[in-house]
Design a protein around this ligand. Structure first.
Ligand SMILES: O=C(CO)[C@H](O)[C@H](O)COP(=O)(O)O
Length: 222
């Protein structure tokens, strides 16, 4: 039986936005599998970051990169077409921000993107179980969305465990406060296979070692 693979996704939120394409290429050259692009509207979360025009520029410079876009926005339906046209590979929206997630997943797929569904720390996992198999990934936030550099919340690991038990082949993504050592070990032990890491990668003097260490932590549990 096939099994899920480790996917290491540096969060560009922690990169130098002034040289974003170079930062992205650097972590890809150092072994990253995908690039995590945090999109914030200043309404769903109390911060603003980047939008589809920036994704379009990244796509121009990185024609083959997998751009994993995490929409922390109040109206995810509004931006789907823009992100598809910009070249997003994956469009993850928050379950708290849409009243018909299954329909939005279908729309995302119809536009040629993979679809992810994210949960804030306080949102119960039951909210995504009905359509978890329709989605390409489920993102369990391990911090309150909005800012990088926060502390990992191990208290949400039961949600990761539930998803892994019910859906052995699902991509279960964790995002927030992850780095080498206890945090990634805890997430991998619970069953997470897609690791988003911003600060721990970009603030490191040896990002390649961090990416490899995160991958080894996941693979030793799979
Ligand atoms: O979604 C996010 C914040 O809303 C970031 O992706 C996340 O916090 C990763 O950053 P760090 O690894 O620095 O915690």
């Amino acid at each position: 039986m096939s099994k899920v693979q480790a996917v290491i996704a540096p969060s560009l939120l922690a990169a130098d936005f002034g040289i974003l394409a170079q930062e992205a290429q650097k972590v890809l050259d150092m072994g990253a599998d995908t690039l995590h692009v945090d999109v914030m509207d200043g309404h769903f979360v109390p911060n603003m970051s980047i939008g589809a025009p920036v994704v379009k520029c990244l796509r121009k410079h990185l024609p083959n990169a997998f751009l994993d876009c995490h929409l922390m926005v109040s109206d995810p339906e509004k931006w789907v077409v823009d992100f598809a046209k910009a070249g997003a590979s994956n469009y993850t929206f928050h379950v708290e921000a849409h009243n018909d997630p299954a329909a939005l997943i279908d729309k995302i797929h119809s536009l040629g993107m993979k679809a992810g569904v994210a949960l804030k720390p306080a949102t119960p996992v039951e909210s995504v179980l009905p359509f978890a198999e329709k989605a390409d990934l489920i993102l369990i936030m391990t911090v309150e969305p909005g800012f990088g550099g926060q502390s990992f919340m191990g208290s949400v690991m039961p949600k990761v465990k539930t998803l892994r038990e019910k859906f052995p082949l699902l991509n279960v993504q964790v995002d927030g406060g992850l780095g080498l050592g206890e945090t990634v070990e805890t997430a991998a032990a619970a069953g997470a296979n897609v690791i988003v890491a911003g600060t721990s990668v970009f603030a490191s003097s040896d990002p390649a070692a961090v990416i490899l260490g995160l991958r080894n932590a996941v693979n030793s549990r799979m």
